[in-house]
Unconditional design. Structure first.
Length: 383
């Protein structure tokens, strides 16, 4: 154990891996039994810690892991030599050879990529697995849908690549169900245009978390690609996925570093954007934007101390954030725990709420907790 690991904690994240596994099982149970689970664990498993999350999801039985980068894929390869892994982001030409070396499936959007991966597969004597991505209206990766049939034919003809899946990605599943429906129709029409399309053994997938709200029954889709919901966060506040009853895996904590009184009329923090309207007691917290409390939280966010909400006063700074504890001054001491996201003594601040205060979205918030913040993994024995 490193020396810093033994020091008291000033700001930390708690990850509840048992909740992650329960969420996985709840999502699975909410879907027809033949649907495969592609666990999206890119960006360090949305900041939850890739090796820890993937290990638990392997134990739970995830069918396939989706990551963005080769470096993330190598972390998975350290855990398992053969668990199926899909790269979602474009592979750079000088990364091509690692597809064979690490036995990774990758996304294909263009004829140039097919040609490159075909060469890698031929040289390795084992075809590279590819998932053909169709752009049905996301306007990012994928072959534009009218051209998908031609690319499918190229893949089928190339001996150095093996088609393992076909997929698309929704641009607005959390806010525009009509457009999502349109993307599904465009995808199905593209599949129909494929010469001699044979879906046997292929992953056919589209749904991210929000897509699960409108997954059609009895269709060609046989896999889902879930990120946020497995971490217990709904893709939007009114999501019908609340019925799944997934619980948050992530909580965010800091402590009171100093309690101090200041008189009416004093400006608080950089730029004096808050001026005290009464004689006040303030708690100076041992975390700031250097830890992942966005500066947008200045004069907006609240935190929990002894279960009570305390408002942030003035600007969030790099290492400290200042909150008003005037109404509970007698109770608060230096060292007391503070919850930024999570539950405490009957109070709760949700991740979506914290993200709103940060002018952000839960996906980004989870990726914004900085490197100096340790992740603590709750285990059944509490160790
Ligand atoms: C291609 C792709 N599929 C699936 C997901 C998972 O989305 P969500 O976290 O909303 O479930 C993402 C997330 O960014 C993605 O980029």
């Amino acid at each position: 154990m490193s020396a810093t690991a033994q020091l008291p904690h000033r700001c930390w994240v708690e990850i509840d891996l048992a909740a992650l596994e329960r969420n996985f099982k709840l999502i699975r149970a909410s879907l027809p039994p033949h649907i495969k689970f592609v666990a999206v664990v890119k960006a360090d498993a949305y900041g939850h810690g890739l090796p820890q999350v993937a290990t638990r999801l392997m134990h739970a039985g995830a069918d396939l892991f989706a990551v963005a980068t080769l470096a993330e894929a190598t972390v998975l390869r350290e855990l398992s030599g053969d668990w199926p892994v899909l790269l979602l982001s474009p592979v750079l030409p000088d990364e091509d050879r690692y597809l064979a070396e690490y036995d990774l499936a990758t996304t294909v959007s263009s004829a140039d990529e097919v040609q490159r991966f075909d060469a890698v597969g031929r040289a390795a004597g084992k075809p590279v697995a590819v998932h053909l991505k169709i752009d049905t209206g996301m306007g990012r990766l994928g072959v534009w849908h009218p051209e998908a049939g031609a690319l499918y034919a190229r893949i089928r003809a190339a001996q150095g690549v093996r088609l393992a899946g076909v997929f698309t990605h929704f641009s607005s599943a959390d806010e525009d169900s009509a457009f999502t429906e349109k993307q599904r129709r465009v995808f199905l029409a593209a599949l129909k245009s494929f010469p001699d399309f044979d879906p046997t053994g292929l992953f056919i997938h589209a749904d991210n978390s929000a897509g699960l709200e409108t997954t059609p029954g009895g269709s060609v889709f046989n896999a889902v690609r879930v990120g946020l919901l497995q971490f217990g966060i709904l893709p939007h506040p009114h999501s019908m996925l609340a019925r799944v009853k997934a619980e948050p895996v992530f909580s965010f904590h800091t402590r009171v570093g100093l309690v101090k009184k200041l008189p009416t009329g004093t400006g608080v923090s950089y730029g004096q954007t808050h001026v005290l309207k009464r004689d006040s007691t303030l708690a100076i917290l041992t975390a700031g934007y250097g830890d992942g409390i966005a500066r947008a939280c200045s004069n907006r966010a609240e935190v929990l101390i002894h279960g009570r909400r305390c408002p942030v006063l003035g600007r969030v700074t790099m290492d400290q954030t200042i909150v008003d504890i005037t109404d509970m001054a007698a109770k608060v001491r230096a060292g007391d725990p503070v919850v930024l996201v999570g539950r405490q003594a009957g109070g709760e601040i949700t991740l979506p709420q914290f993200s709103d205060w940060s002018d952000s979205i839960p996906w980004e918030t989870l990726c914004s907790v900085t490197k100096r913040v340790p992740r603590h993994y709750r285990t059944p024995l509490g160790i």
